[in-house]
Design a binder for this molecule. Structure first.
Ligand SMILES: CC(C)(COP(=O)(O)OP(=O)(O)OC[C@H]1O[C@@H](n2cnc3c(N)ncnc32)[C@H](O)[C@@H]1OP(=O)(O)O)[C@@H](O)C(=O)NCCC(=O)NCCS
Length: 168
C-alpha cells in the first residue's frame, strides 16, 4: 500500500497548504501572510503530509503559545510569547482522500512526545468545524475558561478551547 509521510513544512509548501486550507476551513479564511508568519516563527513544529506522488495531502501548523489563551484568527502574532508554556495547534487538515487512515494520530503522537522535551506543559487548540469529538478521541478535553469567551466567539459559535496533557 502506498503510504503518505509527514515531513517538516517548508516555505515552498505554502501554496499547496493554502489551497488545502481553503477547502478545509471555508468559514475561517486567513491570509497567506498568517501562514508564512507562523511557519517562519516555529518551523520545527509545522508539518506537511506528502503523498507518494509528491502532492500535499495535509498539514499541521503549531507553535508555542500561552496556556488559557488563543491567538487572533487571521491576525499577526509578531513573535512567540516569551512565557509560552503550551504547544498550540493552529490548524490540522487533511484532504478527504487522506482521512480515516491514521495520519493525524501519527503526527499528534509525534507532537505530544515533543512537548515535555521542549519544556511545554500541554498541547492546546481551538476546535472548530464541529471537531470536538475528533479531538476527544485523540486525548483532548474541552476547558471552559471564562476569560476566553470573547476570543472563542470570534472563531465561531462552536469554537471550544481544548487541551491534552494538563498543566500541573
Ligand atoms: C479533522 C481531520 C484532520 C480528521 O481527519 P482523520 O485523522 O482522518 O480523522 P478521522 O476521525 O476521520 O479518522 C481517524 C480514524 O481513522 C481510522 N484509521 C484507519 N486506518 C488507520 C490506521 N492505519 N491507523 C490509525 N487509525 C486508522 C481510525 O478508526 C481512526 O479513528 P479513531 O480516531 O477513533 O482511532 C479531517 O477531518 C479534516 O481535515 N477536517 C477539516 C479540517 C478540520 O476541521 N480540522 C480540525 C479543526 S480544529
Amino acid at each position: 500500500m502506498d503510504v503518505s509521510t509527514w515531513r517538516p513544512m517548508t516555505l515552498g509548501d505554502l501554496e499547496g497548504v493554502l489551497t488545502l486550507a481553503d477547502v478545509a476551513f471555508p468559514d475561517h479564511f486567513e491570509e497567506p501572510a498568517r501562514f508564512e508568519e507562523r511557519l517562519r516563527l516555529s518551523s520545527t513544529t509545522c508539518f506537511t503530509l506528502i503523498a507518494p506522488h509528491g502532492d500535499i495531502e495535509g498539514y499541521l501548523i503549531a507553535y508555542p503559545w500561552t496556556y488559557g489563551s488563543a491567538p487572533p484568527l487571521n491576525g499577526p502574532i509578531g513573535a512567540i510569547p516569551e512565557n509560552a508554556d503550551v504547544l498550540y495547534i493552529h490548524d490540522l487538515a487533511l484532504l478527504p482522500v487522506a482521512r480515516g487512515k491514521g495520519y493525524t494520530r501519527a503526527i499528534l503522537d509525534h507532537l505530544v512526545e515533543a512537548v515535555p522535551l521542549a519544556g511545554w506543559q500541554a498541547v492546546a487548540l481551538v476546535a472548530v468545524n464541529q471537531s470536538v469529538p475528533f479531538w476527544e478521541r485523540n486525548g483532548f478535553e474541552v476547558l471552559a475558561i471564562p476569560s476566553m469567551s470573547t476570543k472563542l466567539a470570534s472563531y465561531g459559535d462552536d469554537a471550544r478551547y481544548m487541551v491534552r496533557g494538563l498543566k500541573r
